[in-house]
Ligand binder design. Structure first.
Ligand code: KG4
Ligand code: ZN
Length: 338
């Protein structure tokens, strides 16, 4: 029951997860229902935007109903509605947005549009009761690789970003050429545990001294070239070794840049976010380096790393606290900048 406490609803539909969550007081999750379409898209080797939109449409009402039931609240109890309005697939975003706007209009509730990446970062507030800005956020997902200076709940400066592929995108593409299937990140993570990370020396791209930007398209081509060269020589490849070496090369660059950013921007806290934040090697390497440098590391549990509406509700709560509201003209922005 509502119990006099503040209730925030979150809605997320930017890619292939339909999710609705109910939070109490911004950080306590009463429900976080996630309906994943992974199985639907697996046969295509990646997310098909049109199919994603249709499935969001089929799923959203059931997910909403379940989220309310699990939280034991009704729409009347909800004080504010947060919804992802970008970046993401436009048709997919529109389903969540139309649902949020419909409820806001019918129930006369305030509406808050949330940037998907702000949501990923906010997942950490749910998991760590003591966490407050300022801190440095390392956002690694299927669509983004960002180093962000988080100065306040709603004050962000992007210090570095990928110039081509996102980290998760590179994982998905390399997994595909290794025949591991979609989504590739968890598959590479798993198989790499049996491989030697030093077996193949893939190039680490740093883009010049002091740069906090990333580039992952080269390493993807590096893996392809290696596989082709070995095939031409008639040699068997060991997928576990290739996966482990690729993962090591990507994570070394990410970890080194995150530590460099923390040192140059005088940050004592690093917050990990996004789907790739679930990667076991990344967590291991980053936690080792953070300990060495006297930096506190925060990371969400795997369920809050993937796309979910609890993180959107949490971000909406803090936007609402600062009066950052939207109205029913709120639109979807596939390339919304942070
Ligand atoms: O944040 P997310 O769910 O969606 C976006 O906002 O993009 O991230 C999905 C990405 C996919 O590319 C997936 O392969 C990757 O996160 N991923 C992983 C792991 N789990 C998910 N990458 C590496 N290791 C993992 N354990
Ligand atoms: Zn995401």
């Amino acid at each position: 029951m509502k119990d006099g406490k503040w209730i925030t609803m979150g809605i997320e539909s930017s890619c292939d997860e339909t999710s609705v969550a109910i939070l109490q007081e911004g950080r306590t999750v009463l429900s976080n229902v996630i309906s994943s379409q992974i199985k639907v898209h697996q046969v295509f080797g990646g997310v098909v935007p049109e199919i994603a939109s249709r499935h969001h449409l089929d799923n959203i009402n059931g997910v909403l109903k379940q989220a309310l039931e699990e939280a034991q609240v009704t729409l009347k109890d909800v004080d504010v509605i947060g919804v992802t309005y970008g970046p993401g697939l436009v048709g997919a975003l529109l389903i969540g947005l139309a649902t949020a706007k419909g409820i806001a209009f019918a129930m006369k509730k305030p509406l808050v549009g949330v940037h998907h990446i702000q949501g990923h970062i906010s997942a950490n507030y749910i998991e760590h009761a003591d966490l407050e800005p300022p801190f440095l956020a390392l956002v690694v997902s299927g669509g983004h690789t960002h180093i962000v200076d988080v100065r306040g709940y709603n004050e962000y400066e992007v210090l570095g970003r990928t110039r081509d592929d996102a980290a998760g995108e590179a994982f998905d593409k390399v997994a595909r050429v290794l025949g591991l299937g979609y989504p590739g990140g968890p598959k590479i993570d798993k198989i790499a545990k049996e491989g030697n990370p030093q077996a193949v020396e893939f190039k680490r791209v740093y883009l010049g001294k002091g740069s906090l930007d990333f580039s992952f398209s080269g390493i993807k081509t590096g893996v392809l070239n290696y596989l082709n060269a070995e095939k031409q020589r008639g040699r068997e490849i060991n997928p576990a070794d290739v996966a482990a070496s690729f993962q090591q090369a990507v994570m070394e660059v990410i970890v080194n840049k995150a530590i460099l950013a923390a040192k140059t921007h005088d940050k004592k806290k690093i917050v990990l976010a996004g789907g790739v934040a679930a990667n076991s090697r990344l967590r291991e390497m980053l936690s080792y380096e953070c300990k060495r440098e006297g930096i506190d590391l925060y990371a969400p549990s795997p369920i809050l790393c993937t796309d979910n509406a609890a993180m959107i509700a949490c971000a909406a709560y803090y936007k609402y606290q600062e009066g950052l509201l939207d109205d029913l003209t709120l639109d979807a922005y596939p390339n919304l900048p942070l």
